[in-house]
Design a protein around this ligand. Structure first.
Ligand code: ATP
Ligand code: MG
Length: 655
């Protein structure tokens, strides 16, 4: 018997079937219906996607071939022509959706704007014409470095409309990170704003762009600047232009450019939880189809829904599920500039109340911070418009899931825990809420057309409930096509860790998981973070979930530390709920709690209390930094994607 790849010790048995009421009105109403779709798609994925491509999207020219698969290079809908901006805008204008709210925007200071499909179309056409006038051509790359304002979506759609690829760089990144990404993409133009609001202060975006250009982003010829915060900024003549000066005279007539299915749509640099950012490449048609269908089914989109995803447009979640997926479906998508902050901890709940949000999609890190801020904030608002909740970004600890379902969802809203990645373009493993009973902590079952499996290093499937590597066995339309400018890195990173099995290439992007006897997937964390205790390989998620299930613990991160006897010892970094103080007694109680919950094997050797954990700018815990700290080593590797450096400094000084 060989050692299991990762051992599972979590014992979570709760199950929540969809209510009859929800299933009755849902797009996919029963497990049988899901299973039929899944089986049909598994038997013939090409046919499954082809039928959806015909039914759901507008094409200028039909494809000749659904899939051309030369591992690891996939081409979808070869020979077809379409434009995602057309699918998100133009086609709705001839329907009842013309004057429907496409984008509802709420600014941090409390200003707001609603753009109907007709209005959004008009602005996108105008910006597209401005970009053309500034010399942008089909095939060029454009950097977008924006706050969460409607113009961020306008900019993306304007690029797509004229066939320029965008690379959105999160507005929190420094000039140095911005420069690296602009250079890698060889961007010709940058769209930015004077600034954005973040926790009541101005993030000086244009200033960072100026610095990035000084630091050597020399491919950039022009900068288009949106006025948002209004402070004095430097404008370089001939190079920089104000959007509000050009917009009034820009023509609102700009037909969408027919794009080949496989034309570059965007490059998005991954958040870099694990190292140097990679330029993930997504192309036009497959991405459009995949985000469209996955959103429609997973969030059970209905015509009257008010859908709100709290991500930033700088992440894949913002691309796929604030902008492209919702607009392609003709939905109403909410965009919020602010974040919960000490002066306004309930701002999210105000937005839900104000706009009657029906679908709410956020991240575990946000949910854990809501828990920490206290139930009084959501409880003081009317959240009865909500009918469905979602989560993404990290494994969600079952206790946080239960809180979310109860306090936010009023025990009425199903939760879709969506497992996916920048690389996958859209949801891969997720409940379809009218069909699949949920289990807290499990992303449940694969989306139809996604052939997911848990395997060992040789690519052989492991038995049920045994941990292993989470792989995808067949290409899907939304998959990344390559690493921009580095096809070798693409092959090395995603297709070579696990041996091809019987001639099938297996996609693997780094997560460990197990599949239970019902075919439910439980993501156990990144395999890089696995802890090896006396030959037992443990995922981080299960130990952390055991800790979080204690009433005193708000957030937990566990890492391994070299140990002569056991190989590695478990070190837990914990932040406590309001009203709890660190003490030796609590430490002892917490260690015992883990033993009771999941066993002596997982007992932390050391507990370190901290106010905050180091996170990426998208809110994910950066365990590799904690690993360095636990071992008493220097912090190694890239820290440019860290949200708040002071967290690390405090941890270093033992606070
Ligand atoms: P990098 O790849 O540069 O290290 P990243 O992996 O954090 O960055 P993303 O593509 O945003 O960048 O995140 C995908 C990862 O997030 C997944 O591989 C997984 O580890 C985690 N993840 C996302 N959603 C879920 C989920 N619902 N359950 C468990 N894990 C999730
Ligand atoms: Mg990743």
């Amino acid at each position: 018997m060989s050692q299991p790849t990762i051992e599972s010790i979590l014992n979570e048995k709760r199950q929540f079937p969809p209510s009859e009421e929800f299933s009755k009105n849902a797009r996919i109403k029963s497990l049988e219906e899901y299973q039929a779709l899944y089986d049909q798609a598994a038997a013939n994925p090409e046919q499954f996607w082809e039928q959806l491509a015909e039914k759901e999207l507008h094409w200028f020219k039909k494809w000749d071939k659904v899939l051309d698969w030369q591992p690891p290079n996939a081409k979808w809908f070869v020979g077809g022509q379409m434009n995602i901006s057309y699918n998100c805008l133009d086609r709705h204008l001839t329907t009842h959706r013309k004057n429907k709210a496409a984008l509802i925007w709420e600014g941090e200071p409390g200003d707001s704007r609603t753009l109907t499909y007709a209005q959004l179309h008009r602005e996108v056409c105008q910006m597209a014409n401005v970009l053309k006038d500034m010399g942008v051509k089909k095939g060029d790359r454009v950097g977008i470095y924006m706050p969460m304002i409607p113009e961020a979506a306008v900019a993306m759609l304007a690029c797509a409309r004229i066939g320029a690829a965008h690379t959105v760089i999160f507005g929190g990144f420094s000039a140095e990170s911005l420069k690296d990404r602009l250079v890698d993409a060889q961007a010709k133009l940058v769209i930015t704003a004077d600034g954005g609001w973040r926790k009541e202060s101005i993030v000086a975006l244009k200033e960072q762009v100026d610095k990035a250009l000084e630091l050597g982003a020399s491919s950039v010829e022009h900068v288009l600047v949106v006025k948002r915060t209004g402070q004095e900024i430097a404008m370089t003549p001939d190079r920089d232009q104000w959007w509000h000066e050009l917009q009034p005279t820009a023509s609102a007539n700009c037909p969408a450019e027919p794009m080949d299915s496989e034309d570059l749509l965007f490059i998005l640099y991954t958040s870099g939880t694990t190292g140097k950012p990679k330029g993930v490449v997504h192309t036009t048609a497959g991405y459009n189809l995949y985000t469209h269908v996955t959103l429609q089914w997973t969030f059970d989109l209905q015509e009257t829904d008010v859908y709100w995803c709290t991500a930033d447009v700088g992440w894949i979640t913002g691309h796929s599920y604030i902008v492209y997926g919702p607009l392609s479906n003709g939905a109403t998508t909410v965009m919020y500039e602010g974040a919960p902050r000490p002066s306004n901890p309930g701002c999210f709940w105000d937005v839900i109340e104000k706009y009657g949000v029906t679908i709410f999609y956020t991240a575990p890190t946000a949910i854990r911070s809501f828990i920490k801020m206290g139930d009084q904030h959501p409880n003081a608002r009317d959240l009865s418009s909500l009918r469905l909740l979602g989560t993404v970004g990290e494994p969600i600890n079952p206790e946080a899931w239960i809180w979310y379902a109860h306090v936010i969802g009023g025990d009425r809203c199903p939760i879709v825990d969506t497992w996916w990645q920048t690389e996958t373009g859209g949801f891969m493993i997720t409940p379809l809420p009218g069909a699949i009973a949920t289990k807290p902590g499990s992303a449940t079952r694969p989306f139809p057309g996604i052939l997911a499996e848990i395997v060992d290093l040789d690519g052989s499937p492991v038995p049920a409930n045994e941990g292993g590597y989470l792989v995808i066995k067949h290409p899907w339309p939304g998959m990344m096509r390559t690493v921009y400018g580095d096809p070798d890195r693409f092959r090395r990173t995603y297709w070579e860790h696990i041996a091809p099995k019987d001639g099938h290439y297996l996609y693997f992007a780094g997560d460990g998981a197990r599949c239970d006897e019902d075919g439910y997937f439980w993501v156990m964390g990144r395999v890089d973070d696995v802890i090896n205790v006396s030959g037992h390989r443990l995922g981080t998620m299960e130990i952390e979930s055991a800790l979080v299930s204690h009433e005193s613990v708000a957030e937990a991160a566990v890492v391994g530390k070299p140990d002569e006897v056991r190989g590695e010892a478990i070190v837990a970094f914990l932040s406590l709920e309001n009203g709890y103080e660190p003490s030796p007694e609590l430490e002892k109680a917490l260690k015992q709690h883990v033993v009771n919950e999941i066993g002596a094997l997982a007992r932390p050797t050391e507990i370190r209390f901290t106010e905050d954990l180091p996170k990426t700018r998208s809110g994910k815990i950066m365990r590799r930094l904690l690993r360095n700290l636990a071992a008493g080593e220097e912090i190694a590797g890239d820290t440019s994607t860290l949200q708040d450096r002071s967290v690390l400094d405090k941890l270093r000084s033992g606070g």
